[in-house]
Design a binder for this molecule. Structure first.
Ligand SMILES: Cc1cc2nc3c(=O)[nH]c(=O)nc-3n(C[C@H](O)[C@H](O)[C@H](O)COP(=O)(O)OP(=O)(O)OC[C@H]3O[C@@H](n4cnc5c(N)ncnc54)[C@H](O)[C@@H]3O)c2cc1C
Ligand code: SF4
Length: 520
Protein backbone atom coordinates (compact mmCIF):
# COMPACT_ATOMS: atom_id res chain seq x y z
CA UNK A 1 0.00 0.00 0.00
CA UNK A 2 1.38 3.47 -0.83
CA UNK A 3 2.20 5.58 2.22
CA UNK A 4 -0.27 8.42 2.69
CA UNK A 5 1.33 11.83 2.07
CA UNK A 6 2.70 13.64 5.12
CA UNK A 7 0.21 16.22 6.32
CA UNK A 8 1.79 19.61 6.61
CA UNK A 9 -1.42 21.58 7.09
CA UNK A 10 -4.87 20.65 8.32
CA UNK A 11 -7.54 22.90 6.83
CA UNK A 12 -10.93 22.66 8.53
CA UNK A 13 -13.60 23.82 6.06
CA UNK A 14 -16.84 24.82 7.76
CA UNK A 15 -20.35 24.31 6.41
CA UNK A 16 -20.69 27.85 5.04
CA UNK A 17 -17.22 27.81 3.46
CA UNK A 18 -18.06 25.73 0.39
CA UNK A 19 -16.00 27.84 -2.03
CA UNK A 20 -13.09 26.45 -4.04
CA UNK A 21 -11.32 29.80 -3.76
CA UNK A 22 -11.45 29.87 0.05
CA UNK A 23 -8.62 31.87 1.63
CA UNK A 24 -7.49 28.87 3.71
CA UNK A 25 -6.96 26.76 0.55
CA UNK A 26 -5.45 29.37 -1.72
CA UNK A 27 -1.84 28.67 -2.79
CA UNK A 28 -1.77 25.49 -0.75
CA UNK A 29 -0.28 22.21 -2.00
CA UNK A 30 -2.90 19.46 -2.23
CA UNK A 31 -0.15 16.89 -1.73
CA UNK A 32 0.59 18.03 1.83
CA UNK A 33 -2.80 19.39 2.89
CA UNK A 34 -5.66 17.53 4.51
CA UNK A 35 -9.04 19.22 4.36
CA UNK A 36 -11.26 18.39 7.33
CA UNK A 37 -15.03 18.65 6.90
CA UNK A 38 -17.23 17.96 9.90
CA UNK A 39 -20.94 17.32 10.38
CA UNK A 40 -21.29 17.84 14.13
CA UNK A 41 -24.27 17.72 16.41
CA UNK A 42 -23.40 21.05 18.09
CA UNK A 43 -23.93 22.85 14.80
CA UNK A 44 -27.08 20.98 13.88
CA UNK A 45 -28.69 21.72 17.25
CA UNK A 46 -27.59 25.18 18.49
CA UNK A 47 -31.02 26.24 17.27
CA UNK A 48 -33.84 23.97 16.05
CA UNK A 49 -33.03 24.46 12.38
CA UNK A 50 -35.70 23.96 9.72
CA UNK A 51 -35.29 20.41 8.37
CA UNK A 52 -34.73 21.74 4.84
CA UNK A 53 -31.95 24.03 6.01
CA UNK A 54 -30.14 21.08 7.62
CA UNK A 55 -30.65 18.95 4.50
CA UNK A 56 -29.37 21.70 2.22
CA UNK A 57 -26.22 22.35 4.23
CA UNK A 58 -25.26 18.71 4.76
CA UNK A 59 -25.96 17.77 1.17
CA UNK A 60 -24.03 20.79 -0.15
CA UNK A 61 -21.12 19.86 2.18
CA UNK A 62 -21.05 16.27 0.94
CA UNK A 63 -21.17 17.39 -2.69
CA UNK A 64 -18.44 19.94 -2.04
CA UNK A 65 -16.21 17.26 -0.50
CA UNK A 66 -16.65 15.21 -3.70
CA UNK A 67 -15.77 18.23 -5.84
CA UNK A 68 -12.64 18.93 -3.78
CA UNK A 69 -11.53 15.30 -4.08
CA UNK A 70 -12.09 15.45 -7.84
CA UNK A 71 -9.79 18.49 -7.85
CA UNK A 72 -7.02 16.46 -6.20
CA UNK A 73 -7.47 17.39 -2.55
CA UNK A 74 -7.42 14.91 0.33
CA UNK A 75 -10.64 15.36 2.27
CA UNK A 76 -11.19 13.80 5.67
CA UNK A 77 -14.98 13.92 6.03
CA UNK A 78 -16.70 13.18 9.35
CA UNK A 79 -20.38 12.31 9.03
CA UNK A 80 -23.03 13.08 11.59
CA UNK A 81 -23.74 9.39 12.09
CA UNK A 82 -20.09 8.39 12.45
CA UNK A 83 -20.09 6.46 15.79
CA UNK A 84 -16.87 8.18 16.95
CA UNK A 85 -18.09 11.68 16.09
CA UNK A 86 -17.41 13.86 19.15
CA UNK A 87 -20.21 16.30 18.25
CA UNK A 88 -18.17 19.51 18.14
CA UNK A 89 -15.73 21.25 15.81
CA UNK A 90 -13.11 21.34 18.55
CA UNK A 91 -13.56 17.65 19.33
CA UNK A 92 -13.26 16.74 15.66
CA UNK A 93 -10.16 18.86 15.11
CA UNK A 94 -8.63 17.13 18.17
CA UNK A 95 -9.36 13.72 16.62
CA UNK A 96 -8.05 14.82 13.23
CA UNK A 97 -4.80 16.01 14.82
CA UNK A 98 -4.15 12.49 16.11
CA UNK A 99 -4.98 11.00 12.68
CA UNK A 100 -2.84 13.36 10.59
CA UNK A 101 -0.28 14.98 12.95
CA UNK A 102 -0.11 18.21 10.91
CA UNK A 103 2.52 20.86 11.54
CA UNK A 104 -0.14 23.57 11.51
CA UNK A 105 -3.81 24.38 11.11
CA UNK A 106 -5.11 26.98 8.65
CA UNK A 107 -8.74 28.02 8.71
CA UNK A 108 -10.82 30.79 7.17
CA UNK A 109 -12.39 32.93 9.89
CA UNK A 110 -15.81 31.88 11.15
CA UNK A 111 -19.06 33.67 10.34
CA UNK A 112 -20.23 34.19 13.90
CA UNK A 113 -18.91 35.06 17.33
CA UNK A 114 -19.69 31.65 18.86
CA UNK A 115 -17.57 29.72 16.33
CA UNK A 116 -14.90 32.44 16.14
CA UNK A 117 -14.26 31.90 19.86
CA UNK A 118 -13.73 28.16 19.23
CA UNK A 119 -11.21 28.80 16.47
CA UNK A 120 -9.31 31.27 18.58
CA UNK A 121 -8.92 28.73 21.39
CA UNK A 122 -7.38 26.01 19.21
CA UNK A 123 -3.75 27.20 19.23
CA UNK A 124 -3.52 27.17 23.03
CA UNK A 125 -5.64 24.05 23.39
CA UNK A 126 -3.72 21.94 20.86
CA UNK A 127 -0.26 23.50 20.96
CA UNK A 128 -0.20 23.70 17.14
CA UNK A 129 0.13 26.98 15.22
CA UNK A 130 -3.28 28.09 13.92
CA UNK A 131 -3.57 30.65 11.12
CA UNK A 132 -7.04 32.25 11.02
CA UNK A 133 -7.36 33.86 7.60
CA UNK A 134 -9.72 36.65 6.54
CA UNK A 135 -12.87 35.61 4.70
CA UNK A 136 -12.25 37.55 1.51
CA UNK A 137 -15.42 36.27 -0.15
CA UNK A 138 -16.78 39.50 1.34
CA UNK A 139 -15.78 42.70 -0.38
CA UNK A 140 -15.31 44.83 2.74
CA UNK A 141 -12.95 43.48 5.39
CA UNK A 142 -13.64 44.19 9.07
CA UNK A 143 -10.99 46.93 8.92
CA UNK A 144 -12.60 48.46 5.80
CA UNK A 145 -15.97 48.63 7.51
CA UNK A 146 -14.53 50.10 10.69
CA UNK A 147 -12.62 52.67 8.70
CA UNK A 148 -15.86 53.73 7.02
CA UNK A 149 -17.86 53.70 10.27
CA UNK A 150 -15.38 55.29 12.65
CA UNK A 151 -16.28 58.79 13.70
CA UNK A 152 -19.75 58.69 12.14
CA UNK A 153 -22.72 59.43 14.38
CA UNK A 154 -25.08 57.41 12.17
CA UNK A 155 -24.17 54.53 9.90
CA UNK A 156 -26.33 55.18 6.86
CA UNK A 157 -26.27 52.18 4.50
CA UNK A 158 -26.70 54.37 1.41
CA UNK A 159 -23.34 56.08 1.97
CA UNK A 160 -21.58 52.79 2.67
CA UNK A 161 -23.09 51.46 -0.56
CA UNK A 162 -21.83 54.39 -2.59
CA UNK A 163 -18.33 53.75 -1.28
CA UNK A 164 -18.68 50.12 -2.33
CA UNK A 165 -19.77 51.15 -5.81
CA UNK A 166 -16.72 53.38 -6.15
CA UNK A 167 -14.47 50.68 -4.79
CA UNK A 168 -15.72 47.86 -6.99
CA UNK A 169 -16.39 50.04 -10.04
CA UNK A 170 -19.80 48.38 -10.34
CA UNK A 171 -22.29 50.47 -12.33
CA UNK A 172 -19.85 53.36 -12.53
CA UNK A 173 -19.27 55.51 -15.59
CA UNK A 174 -15.93 56.96 -14.67
CA UNK A 175 -16.43 58.73 -11.37
CA UNK A 176 -20.19 58.99 -11.84
CA UNK A 177 -22.86 56.43 -11.08
CA UNK A 178 -24.47 54.88 -14.16
CA UNK A 179 -27.57 56.84 -15.12
CA UNK A 180 -26.30 59.76 -12.98
CA UNK A 181 -28.08 58.43 -9.90
CA UNK A 182 -26.95 56.15 -7.12
CA UNK A 183 -30.37 54.80 -6.26
CA UNK A 184 -33.48 53.99 -8.28
CA UNK A 185 -35.61 52.87 -5.34
CA UNK A 186 -38.37 55.35 -6.14
CA UNK A 187 -39.09 53.44 -9.37
CA UNK A 188 -39.07 50.15 -7.51
CA UNK A 189 -42.12 49.91 -5.31
CA UNK A 190 -44.79 48.62 -7.65
CA UNK A 191 -47.44 46.09 -6.70
CA UNK A 192 -47.50 43.05 -8.99
CA UNK A 193 -50.20 41.18 -10.88
CA UNK A 194 -49.83 37.43 -11.43
CA UNK A 195 -49.48 36.29 -15.02
CA UNK A 196 -48.56 33.16 -16.87
CA UNK A 197 -45.09 34.38 -17.76
CA UNK A 198 -43.77 34.86 -14.28
CA UNK A 199 -40.25 33.52 -13.76
CA UNK A 200 -39.82 30.16 -12.05
CA UNK A 201 -36.67 29.01 -10.28
CA UNK A 202 -35.17 25.74 -11.50
CA UNK A 203 -35.85 22.62 -9.47
CA UNK A 204 -33.12 20.06 -8.76
CA UNK A 205 -34.47 16.61 -7.92
CA UNK A 206 -32.46 14.95 -5.12
CA UNK A 207 -29.61 12.68 -6.26
CA UNK A 208 -28.30 9.73 -4.22
CA UNK A 209 -26.25 11.95 -1.88
CA UNK A 210 -29.20 14.23 -1.16
CA UNK A 211 -31.55 11.28 -0.70
CA UNK A 212 -29.18 9.87 1.91
CA UNK A 213 -29.11 13.20 3.72
CA UNK A 214 -32.89 13.55 3.57
CA UNK A 215 -33.21 10.15 5.24
CA UNK A 216 -30.71 11.13 7.92
CA UNK A 217 -32.48 14.42 8.71
CA UNK A 218 -35.92 12.79 8.78
CA UNK A 219 -34.65 10.17 11.23
CA UNK A 220 -32.53 12.41 13.46
CA UNK A 221 -34.63 15.59 13.55
CA UNK A 222 -38.27 14.50 13.25
CA UNK A 223 -39.50 17.28 15.57
CA UNK A 224 -37.64 20.16 13.98
CA UNK A 225 -39.84 22.68 12.18
CA UNK A 226 -40.52 22.60 8.47
CA UNK A 227 -40.95 20.09 5.71
CA UNK A 228 -38.56 18.00 3.62
CA UNK A 229 -41.20 17.22 0.99
CA UNK A 230 -40.26 17.97 -2.61
CA UNK A 231 -36.75 19.13 -1.67
CA UNK A 232 -35.39 20.77 -4.81
CA UNK A 233 -32.67 23.23 -3.80
CA UNK A 234 -29.40 23.30 -5.68
CA UNK A 235 -26.66 21.52 -3.73
CA UNK A 236 -23.62 21.97 -5.98
CA UNK A 237 -21.82 25.01 -7.34
CA UNK A 238 -22.82 24.00 -10.89
CA UNK A 239 -26.50 23.80 -9.98
CA UNK A 240 -26.30 27.11 -8.13
CA UNK A 241 -24.72 28.67 -11.25
CA UNK A 242 -27.57 27.28 -13.35
CA UNK A 243 -30.03 28.89 -10.95
CA UNK A 244 -28.13 32.18 -11.23
CA UNK A 245 -28.25 31.95 -15.07
CA UNK A 246 -31.98 31.35 -14.86
CA UNK A 247 -32.42 34.41 -12.61
CA UNK A 248 -30.36 36.70 -14.87
CA UNK A 249 -32.34 35.63 -17.91
CA UNK A 250 -35.86 35.45 -16.53
CA UNK A 251 -36.26 37.57 -13.43
CA UNK A 252 -33.58 40.28 -13.24
CA UNK A 253 -35.24 42.61 -15.78
CA UNK A 254 -38.24 43.09 -13.47
CA UNK A 255 -36.45 42.50 -10.15
CA UNK A 256 -36.45 46.21 -9.35
CA UNK A 257 -40.04 46.97 -10.28
CA UNK A 258 -41.49 44.24 -8.07
CA UNK A 259 -38.88 43.99 -5.30
CA UNK A 260 -41.44 44.82 -2.60
CA UNK A 261 -44.49 43.09 -4.08
CA UNK A 262 -46.32 40.10 -2.57
CA UNK A 263 -48.87 37.83 -4.25
CA UNK A 264 -50.96 34.95 -2.96
CA UNK A 265 -49.54 31.61 -4.08
CA UNK A 266 -46.51 33.21 -5.77
CA UNK A 267 -43.56 32.33 -3.64
CA UNK A 268 -40.69 33.67 -5.68
CA UNK A 269 -41.93 36.55 -7.82
CA UNK A 270 -38.88 38.19 -9.42
CA UNK A 271 -36.48 37.40 -6.57
CA UNK A 272 -33.29 35.47 -7.20
CA UNK A 273 -33.61 32.80 -4.46
CA UNK A 274 -29.82 32.71 -4.49
CA UNK A 275 -29.14 33.70 -0.86
CA UNK A 276 -28.68 30.09 0.39
CA UNK A 277 -25.97 29.55 -2.23
CA UNK A 278 -24.27 32.89 -1.65
CA UNK A 279 -24.17 32.40 2.10
CA UNK A 280 -22.90 28.82 1.93
CA UNK A 281 -20.21 29.78 -0.57
CA UNK A 282 -21.54 28.08 -3.72
CA UNK A 283 -21.81 31.43 -5.49
CA UNK A 284 -19.57 34.48 -5.40
CA UNK A 285 -21.27 37.82 -4.63
CA UNK A 286 -19.02 40.01 -6.76
CA UNK A 287 -19.32 37.64 -9.71
CA UNK A 288 -23.14 37.81 -9.50
CA UNK A 289 -23.05 41.60 -9.43
CA UNK A 290 -20.73 41.72 -12.44
CA UNK A 291 -23.04 39.40 -14.33
CA UNK A 292 -26.02 41.58 -13.46
CA UNK A 293 -24.12 44.66 -14.66
CA UNK A 294 -23.29 42.86 -17.92
CA UNK A 295 -27.03 42.32 -18.46
CA UNK A 296 -27.55 46.09 -18.10
CA UNK A 297 -24.64 47.01 -20.35
CA UNK A 298 -25.94 44.59 -23.00
CA UNK A 299 -29.37 46.21 -22.83
CA UNK A 300 -31.09 43.09 -21.53
CA UNK A 301 -32.02 44.46 -18.08
CA UNK A 302 -32.92 48.02 -17.07
CA UNK A 303 -30.84 50.07 -14.68
CA UNK A 304 -33.47 50.30 -11.92
CA UNK A 305 -33.44 46.49 -11.62
CA UNK A 306 -29.72 45.98 -11.88
CA UNK A 307 -28.93 48.82 -9.49
CA UNK A 308 -31.51 47.45 -7.03
CA UNK A 309 -29.98 43.99 -7.21
CA UNK A 310 -26.39 45.21 -6.87
CA UNK A 311 -27.42 47.38 -3.89
CA UNK A 312 -28.86 44.36 -2.07
CA UNK A 313 -25.56 42.55 -2.37
CA UNK A 314 -22.70 45.04 -2.12
CA UNK A 315 -24.87 47.36 -0.03
CA UNK A 316 -27.18 45.58 2.39
CA UNK A 317 -25.41 42.23 2.57
CA UNK A 318 -21.97 43.71 3.22
CA UNK A 319 -23.35 46.37 5.53
CA UNK A 320 -25.18 43.80 7.68
CA UNK A 321 -21.99 41.82 8.09
CA UNK A 322 -20.07 44.96 8.99
CA UNK A 323 -22.63 45.87 11.66
CA UNK A 324 -22.65 42.32 13.09
CA UNK A 325 -18.91 42.26 13.72
CA UNK A 326 -18.67 45.88 14.77
CA UNK A 327 -21.40 45.66 17.39
CA UNK A 328 -19.87 42.65 19.12
CA UNK A 329 -21.24 39.49 20.75
CA UNK A 330 -23.61 41.38 23.07
CA UNK A 331 -25.60 42.87 20.20
CA UNK A 332 -27.86 39.82 20.38
CA UNK A 333 -29.19 40.93 23.78
CA UNK A 334 -30.33 44.44 22.83
CA UNK A 335 -33.97 45.09 23.51
CA UNK A 336 -34.72 48.78 23.00
CA UNK A 337 -38.44 48.50 23.77
CA UNK A 338 -37.99 45.99 26.61
CA UNK A 339 -40.35 43.58 24.81
CA UNK A 340 -41.04 40.23 26.48
CA UNK A 341 -43.96 38.54 24.68
CA UNK A 342 -43.32 35.02 23.39
CA UNK A 343 -43.86 34.37 19.69
CA UNK A 344 -47.27 32.76 19.08
CA UNK A 345 -47.29 29.05 18.29
CA UNK A 346 -48.60 29.68 14.77
CA UNK A 347 -45.11 30.83 13.75
CA UNK A 348 -44.30 27.09 13.78
CA UNK A 349 -47.57 25.76 12.30
CA UNK A 350 -48.95 28.47 10.02
CA UNK A 351 -52.33 28.05 11.69
CA UNK A 352 -53.66 31.58 11.64
CA UNK A 353 -56.57 33.24 9.89
CA UNK A 354 -54.55 36.33 9.00
CA UNK A 355 -54.05 35.63 5.30
CA UNK A 356 -50.80 37.58 4.95
CA UNK A 357 -49.26 35.75 7.89
CA UNK A 358 -50.52 32.39 6.66
CA UNK A 359 -49.03 32.92 3.20
CA UNK A 360 -45.63 33.91 4.61
CA UNK A 361 -45.61 31.19 7.27
CA UNK A 362 -46.84 28.31 5.07
CA UNK A 363 -44.26 29.19 2.46
CA UNK A 364 -41.55 29.44 5.12
CA UNK A 365 -42.45 26.10 6.69
CA UNK A 366 -42.61 24.40 3.27
CA UNK A 367 -39.49 25.85 1.67
CA UNK A 368 -37.41 27.53 4.44
CA UNK A 369 -37.52 30.69 2.30
CA UNK A 370 -39.59 33.84 2.13
CA UNK A 371 -38.66 37.03 0.41
CA UNK A 372 -37.56 40.23 2.04
CA UNK A 373 -40.87 42.05 2.34
CA UNK A 374 -42.61 38.98 3.75
CA UNK A 375 -39.87 38.70 6.38
CA UNK A 376 -39.84 42.42 7.13
CA UNK A 377 -43.38 43.71 6.70
CA UNK A 378 -45.43 40.61 7.49
CA UNK A 379 -43.89 38.20 10.03
CA UNK A 380 -41.36 40.74 11.36
CA UNK A 381 -43.85 43.58 11.48
CA UNK A 382 -46.40 41.46 13.34
CA UNK A 383 -43.79 40.33 15.90
CA UNK A 384 -42.80 43.95 16.47
CA UNK A 385 -46.38 45.13 16.81
CA UNK A 386 -47.28 42.47 19.40
CA UNK A 387 -44.15 43.31 21.41
CA UNK A 388 -42.34 39.99 20.92
CA UNK A 389 -38.99 39.55 22.66
CA UNK A 390 -36.43 40.41 19.93
CA UNK A 391 -34.12 37.63 21.09
CA UNK A 392 -36.86 35.06 20.50
CA UNK A 393 -37.66 36.61 17.14
CA UNK A 394 -33.98 36.35 16.26
CA UNK A 395 -33.97 32.65 17.22
CA UNK A 396 -37.00 31.96 15.05
CA UNK A 397 -35.52 33.61 11.97
CA UNK A 398 -32.18 31.91 12.56
CA UNK A 399 -33.75 28.47 12.77
CA UNK A 400 -36.36 28.79 10.05
CA UNK A 401 -34.61 30.31 7.00
CA UNK A 402 -32.34 28.34 4.73
CA UNK A 403 -30.01 31.33 4.30
CA UNK A 404 -29.82 32.18 8.01
CA UNK A 405 -26.40 32.47 9.62
CA UNK A 406 -25.97 34.73 12.59
CA UNK A 407 -23.85 37.39 10.83
CA UNK A 408 -26.70 38.16 8.45
CA UNK A 409 -29.82 37.03 10.29
CA UNK A 410 -29.18 38.89 13.55
CA UNK A 411 -28.75 42.45 12.24
CA UNK A 412 -31.66 41.95 9.84
CA UNK A 413 -33.93 40.57 12.52
CA UNK A 414 -33.02 42.18 15.80
CA UNK A 415 -31.78 45.37 14.16
CA UNK A 416 -33.72 46.14 11.01
CA UNK A 417 -36.95 44.32 11.74
CA UNK A 418 -37.37 44.57 15.53
CA UNK A 419 -35.58 47.91 16.15
CA UNK A 420 -33.98 46.10 19.10
CA UNK A 421 -30.87 48.26 18.77
CA UNK A 422 -32.88 51.48 18.98
CA UNK A 423 -32.22 52.59 15.42
CA UNK A 424 -28.67 51.75 14.48
CA UNK A 425 -29.86 50.38 11.13
CA UNK A 426 -32.89 52.42 10.36
CA UNK A 427 -34.14 55.83 11.28
CA UNK A 428 -37.55 54.46 12.28
CA UNK A 429 -39.02 51.07 13.09
CA UNK A 430 -40.37 49.00 10.19
CA UNK A 431 -43.85 49.00 11.69
CA UNK A 432 -46.87 49.25 9.44
CA UNK A 433 -50.61 48.86 9.55
CA UNK A 434 -52.63 46.66 7.19
CA UNK A 435 -52.62 49.53 4.71
CA UNK A 436 -49.01 48.88 3.73
CA UNK A 437 -49.68 45.17 3.20
CA UNK A 438 -52.79 45.97 1.17
CA UNK A 439 -50.85 48.37 -1.06
CA UNK A 440 -48.08 45.88 -1.81
CA UNK A 441 -50.08 42.65 -2.16
CA UNK A 442 -53.36 40.98 -3.00
CA UNK A 443 -53.48 39.40 0.46
CA UNK A 444 -56.15 41.58 2.01
CA UNK A 445 -58.65 40.84 -0.75
CA UNK A 446 -58.47 37.18 0.25
CA UNK A 447 -58.52 37.65 4.00
CA UNK A 448 -61.36 37.15 6.44
CA UNK A 449 -60.36 40.45 8.08
CA UNK A 450 -61.29 43.87 6.76
CA UNK A 451 -58.18 45.93 6.14
CA UNK A 452 -60.14 49.18 6.07
CA UNK A 453 -61.28 48.78 9.68
CA UNK A 454 -59.38 49.42 12.88
CA UNK A 455 -61.89 48.32 15.46
CA UNK A 456 -64.83 45.97 15.82
CA UNK A 457 -65.42 42.35 14.88
CA UNK A 458 -63.47 41.42 11.74
CA UNK A 459 -61.17 44.46 11.76
CA UNK A 460 -57.61 43.79 10.48
CA UNK A 461 -55.45 43.06 13.57
CA UNK A 462 -52.47 44.92 12.11
CA UNK A 463 -54.39 48.21 12.27
CA UNK A 464 -55.16 48.43 15.98
CA UNK A 465 -51.82 46.82 16.83
CA UNK A 466 -49.98 49.47 14.82
CA UNK A 467 -51.54 52.38 16.66
CA UNK A 468 -51.22 50.59 19.98
CA UNK A 469 -47.52 50.05 19.23
CA UNK A 470 -47.02 53.79 18.69
CA UNK A 471 -49.03 54.61 21.80
CA UNK A 472 -47.31 52.01 23.99
CA UNK A 473 -43.85 53.16 22.94
CA UNK A 474 -44.58 56.87 22.88
CA UNK A 475 -41.80 57.76 25.31
CA UNK A 476 -39.23 56.18 22.98
CA UNK A 477 -40.66 57.16 19.60
CA UNK A 478 -42.53 60.45 19.81
CA UNK A 479 -39.36 62.47 19.35
CA UNK A 480 -38.55 60.66 16.09
CA UNK A 481 -39.10 63.15 13.29
CA UNK A 482 -40.00 60.42 10.81
CA UNK A 483 -42.91 59.45 13.04
CA UNK A 484 -44.25 62.95 13.49
CA UNK A 485 -47.07 62.39 11.00
CA UNK A 486 -48.49 59.18 12.49
CA UNK A 487 -48.34 60.72 15.97
CA UNK A 488 -50.23 63.75 14.67
CA UNK A 489 -52.88 61.41 13.24
CA UNK A 490 -53.09 59.56 16.56
CA UNK A 491 -53.42 62.85 18.44
CA UNK A 492 -56.23 63.97 16.16
CA UNK A 493 -58.31 60.86 16.86
CA UNK A 494 -61.18 61.36 19.30
CA UNK A 495 -60.37 60.02 22.78
CA UNK A 496 -63.12 57.39 22.43
CA UNK A 497 -61.59 56.20 19.14
CA UNK A 498 -58.17 55.96 20.71
CA UNK A 499 -59.60 54.01 23.63
CA UNK A 500 -61.42 51.64 21.28
CA UNK A 501 -58.20 51.11 19.30
CA UNK A 502 -56.27 50.30 22.48
CA UNK A 503 -59.03 47.92 23.57
CA UNK A 504 -59.05 46.22 20.17
CA UNK A 505 -55.30 45.66 20.35
CA UNK A 506 -55.53 44.46 23.96
CA UNK A 507 -58.22 41.96 22.92
CA UNK A 508 -55.95 40.59 20.19
CA UNK A 509 -52.97 40.32 22.52
CA UNK A 510 -55.14 38.63 25.14
CA UNK A 511 -56.29 36.07 22.59
CA UNK A 512 -52.63 35.27 21.90
CA UNK A 513 -51.94 34.83 25.61
CA UNK A 514 -55.01 32.66 26.04
CA UNK A 515 -54.02 30.41 23.14
CA UNK A 516 -51.26 29.17 25.47
CA UNK A 517 -49.17 27.83 22.59
CA UNK A 518 -46.38 30.39 22.56
CA UNK A 519 -42.98 29.18 21.39
CA UNK A 520 -39.67 29.05 23.25
C1 LIG B 1 -36.16 39.80 9.43
C2 LIG B 1 -35.26 39.49 8.29
C3 LIG B 1 -34.38 38.42 8.38
C4 LIG B 1 -33.51 38.14 7.32
N1 LIG B 1 -32.64 37.11 7.46
C5 LIG B 1 -31.76 36.84 6.46
C6 LIG B 1 -30.84 35.77 6.58
O1 LIG B 1 -30.82 35.07 7.57
N2 LIG B 1 -29.99 35.54 5.55
C7 LIG B 1 -30.01 36.30 4.41
O2 LIG B 1 -29.21 36.04 3.51
N3 LIG B 1 -30.85 37.33 4.28
C8 LIG B 1 -31.74 37.61 5.26
N4 LIG B 1 -32.61 38.65 5.11
C9 LIG B 1 -32.53 39.49 3.92
C10 LIG B 1 -33.41 39.05 2.74
O3 LIG B 1 -34.72 38.84 3.17
C11 LIG B 1 -32.88 37.80 2.06
O4 LIG B 1 -31.52 37.97 1.75
C12 LIG B 1 -33.62 37.51 0.78
O5 LIG B 1 -34.99 37.38 1.03
C13 LIG B 1 -33.06 36.27 0.15
O6 LIG B 1 -33.81 35.88 -0.97
P1 LIG B 1 -33.27 36.13 -2.43
O7 LIG B 1 -31.95 35.47 -2.62
O8 LIG B 1 -34.36 35.77 -3.38
O9 LIG B 1 -33.05 37.68 -2.42
P2 LIG B 1 -33.21 38.80 -3.55
O10 LIG B 1 -34.42 39.58 -3.27
O11 LIG B 1 -33.05 38.20 -4.89
O12 LIG B 1 -31.98 39.77 -3.22
C14 LIG B 1 -30.69 39.59 -3.80
C15 LIG B 1 -29.65 39.26 -2.76
O13 LIG B 1 -29.38 40.38 -1.96
C16 LIG B 1 -28.96 39.98 -0.67
N5 LIG B 1 -29.78 40.70 0.30
C17 LIG B 1 -30.94 41.37 0.08
N6 LIG B 1 -31.36 42.00 1.19
C18 LIG B 1 -30.46 41.69 2.15
C19 LIG B 1 -30.35 42.03 3.50
N7 LIG B 1 -31.23 42.82 4.10
N8 LIG B 1 -29.32 41.52 4.19
C20 LIG B 1 -28.41 40.72 3.60
N9 LIG B 1 -28.46 40.38 2.31
C21 LIG B 1 -29.47 40.86 1.60
C22 LIG B 1 -29.16 38.48 -0.59
O14 LIG B 1 -27.91 37.86 -0.69
C23 LIG B 1 -30.02 38.16 -1.79
O15 LIG B 1 -29.76 36.90 -2.35
C24 LIG B 1 -33.51 38.95 6.16
C25 LIG B 1 -34.40 40.00 6.08
C26 LIG B 1 -35.26 40.28 7.12
C27 LIG B 1 -36.18 41.44 7.01
S1 SF4 C 1 -56.56 42.27 6.23
FE1 SF4 C 1 -54.94 42.46 7.73
S2 SF4 C 1 -54.58 40.36 8.43
FE2 SF4 C 1 -55.73 40.24 6.52
S3 SF4 C 1 -54.19 40.05 4.90
FE3 SF4 C 1 -54.64 42.23 5.12
S4 SF4 C 1 -53.13 42.96 6.55
FE4 SF4 C 1 -53.14 40.75 6.75
Amino acid sequence: MPTPPACDTLVPVLGDQLSPELSSLRDRDPATTVILMMEVVDETTYVRHHKRKLAFILSAMRHHAEALRADGWTVDYVRLDDPDNSGSFTGEVARALTRHAPARIAVTEAGEWRVAAMLEAWETLFGVPVAILPDDRFIASHADFDEWANGKSTLVMEFFYRDMRRRTGLLMDGKKPAGDRWNFDKENRKPAVADLFMPRPLAFPPDAITRDVLGLIAARFPDNPGSLDRFDYAVTAEQAQAQADNFMRQALPKFGDYEDAMLTGERHLWHSILSPYLNAGLLDPLDLCRRAEAEYRAGRAPLNSVEGYVRQIIGWREYMRGIYWREGPDYVHRNFFGNTRKLPGFYWTGETDMHCMKEALDQTLDTAHAHHIQRLMVTGNYALLIGADPFDVHLWYLEIYIDAYEWVSLPNTLGMSQFGDGGLLGSKPYAGSGKYIDRMSDYCRRCRYDVSRRTGEGACPFNALYWDFLDRNEDKLRGNRRLAMPYRTWDRMAPAERAATRAQAAGHLQSLDEAGDAGY
